[in-house]
Design a protein around this ligand. Structure first.
Ligand code: HPA
Length: 235
């Protein structure tokens, strides 16, 4: 059985899947953290692997960038491959004044400018939220690992290059960071009765014109990856 975008067979994915946006990050995790990792997807170069971390079967599948791409891959994993939990591991722009470069954000909820929820034909505004079980486990794990994490709201945007000065408005509402995938992931999880969490490393602070170097992003990514893997094996 394959799907339009994933070539694996049922059973090729673990119950828990980590999702970086970048396929090369998926490859990096498989090569550096998973024992016996096997490549389970290479359609469109959107790499996916399954292997063992500390005795637990874990998969890592790239999501690509933006809600439509995350929407496709997370939908197929939840609905066609019996995946139970997805933890996105990505980058975010820091929005709140207190957020610093390299901080790790746990997305308790996800505001969005996207119309993704329209498909559900609800008579109001849907509030996409993380699984409390995953969020609590990640928060406890971060404490044990001595990582500085912030828990709060994300703003999931359809645009990276935006013509409006809307970030200041989101800042006024206490939103911690901006990224582009969490809302679709949370809505797909809710609709499928599954669990999801978005963990992001702050790679830039657009309102302060600050950004990290490629090397710093790698270190930040490593901390986040270890947090996600350690969370995954305790579920
Ligand atoms: N905007 C949107 N997504 C992002 C950003 C940003 O500034 N930084 C990292 N992901």
């Amino acid at each position: 059985m394959s799907t339009p975008h994933l070539e694996g067979n049922k059973g090729d994915y673990a119950e828990i899947v980590l999702m970086p946006g970048d396929p090369l990050r998926a490859e990096f995790i498989a090569e550096n953290y998973l024992i016996g990792a096997e490549c389970v997807n290479n359609i469109r170069g959107m790499l996916g692997y399954t292997g063992i971390y500390k005795g637990v079967r874990v998969s890592v599948q790239a999501s690509g960038m933006g809600m439509p791409s995350m929407g496709i891959y997370s939908y197929e994993l939840f609905n066609f491959f019996d995946v139970q939990s997805i933890i996105r591991i990505g980058t975010a722009g820091g929005i709140d004044d207190s957020v610093q470069l390299r901080d790790i954000l746990l997305g308790q909820a996800s505001c969005t400018n996207s119309n993704y929820a329209q498909q559900y034909q609800l008579s109001g505004t849907y509030a996409p939220i993380a699984s409390f079980r995953l969020l609590r486990k990640a928060s406890e794990t971060a404490e044990k690992l001595n990582l500085n994490v912030r828990v709060g709201n994300l703003y999931c945007s359809d645009t990276f290059y935006d013509d409006s000065p809307s970030l200041k408005q989101w800042q006024k509402m206490g939103v911690l960071g901006i990224e582009m995938e969490s809302a679709a992931l949370y809505m797909n999880a809710a609709r499928a009765g599954k669990e999801a969490l978005c963990i992001c490393t702050v790679s830039d602070c657009p309102l302060r014109n600050e950004s990290t170097s490629a090397d710093e992003r790698q270190v930040g990514f490593t901390n986040m990856m270890e947090l996600a893997l350690e969370t995954a094996v305790q579920l």
